[in-house]
Design a protein around this ligand. Structure first.
Ligand code: ADP
Ligand code: AMP
Length: 220
């Protein structure tokens, strides 16, 4: 059965962490517009050049750019691959575009999983975030350190990196963007009866268990 799910929540809620677990444990594929944009910035593509300053400021890149990236990425996947949208949609226009993108490919949204978190915890989560420079595995200075100090659990690399936008000032702008533009799309999905809430303040394993139970409930 092919699933199409959205992980929704403010920056630092744990979307990327959980998407990566679902990739490993359920064979789903994570579609993160943030990761796609960071790759475009690194490769210095026209989209990357356009997006960089916007991302550094913590503001939102244009709806057309991110929806274009999602459509292209879906086309590169097989039609039966289950996908997790992480960091997309972030505006009502993107939610609308996603409906069209999915319908055109014979897909439909199965679940919107809202990671419910306390805003006060997010600055701490984001300023402590780092990742493996080689494989991208995500870590945290206090909540998820590598098992062996300074060695990536997944690939053994000793190089790590931090995101330029993971500083307190930018985080505040990103949270304000979430409140103003992204949180208001939840009612669209609530009206369709596809929203489930998960306590994002629980430990990582527990959040993962809660999400997989929701997905299992639609597997039968
Ligand atoms: P998002 O993709 O929603 O921006 P991340 O998955 O990157 O968020 O998580 C932000 C930071 O918080 C990471 O450093 C991650 O290791 C840590 N983190 C994620 N989930 C939890 C959790 N349930 N408890 C504590 N820390 C967490
Ligand atoms: P993220 O990795 O999801 O935290 O996204 C990092 C940054 O990329 C955001 O602060 C935005 O500048 C940009 N971005 C990622 N996804 C989107 C999106 N769906 N719409 C607009 N901008 C986005």
């Amino acid at each position: 059965m092919t699933l199409n799910i959205i992980l929704l929540g403010p920056p630092g809620a744990g979307k990327g962490t959980q998407a990566s677990r679902l990739e490993d444990e359920c064979g789903m594929i994570q579609l993160s517009t943030g990761d796609m944009l960071r790759a475009a910035v690194k490769a210095d593509t026209p989209i990357g050049v356009q997006a960089k300053a916007v991302m550094d400021a913590g503001e939102l890149v244009s709806d057309e750019i991110v929806s274009g990236l999602i459509g292209e990425r879906l086309d590169a996947l097989g039609g039966t691959t289950s996908v997790i949208f992480d960091g997309y949609p972030r505006t009502a226009a993107q939610a609308d575009a996603l409906d069209g993108i999915l319908a055109a490919r014979g897909r439909k949204l199965d679940h919107v999983i809202e990671l419910v978190v306390e805003e006060d915890a997010l600055v701490d989560r984001i300023t402590g975030r780092f990742s493996c420079a080689k494989c991208g595995e995500g870590y945290h200075d206090r909540y998820k350190l590598p098992k062996v100090a300074d060695v990536c659990d997944v690939c053994g690399s000793t190089e790590f990196k931090r995101r330029p936008d993971d500083n307190e000032e930018t985080v505040r702008t990103r949270m304000a963007e979430y409140r103003a533009k992204t949180a208001p799309i939840l009612p669209i999905y609530e009206a369709r009866g596809i929203v489930s809430q998960v306590d994002g303040m629980a430990p990582i394993d527990q959040v993962n268990g809660a999400i997989e139970s929701i997905l299992d409930s639609s597997a039968g």
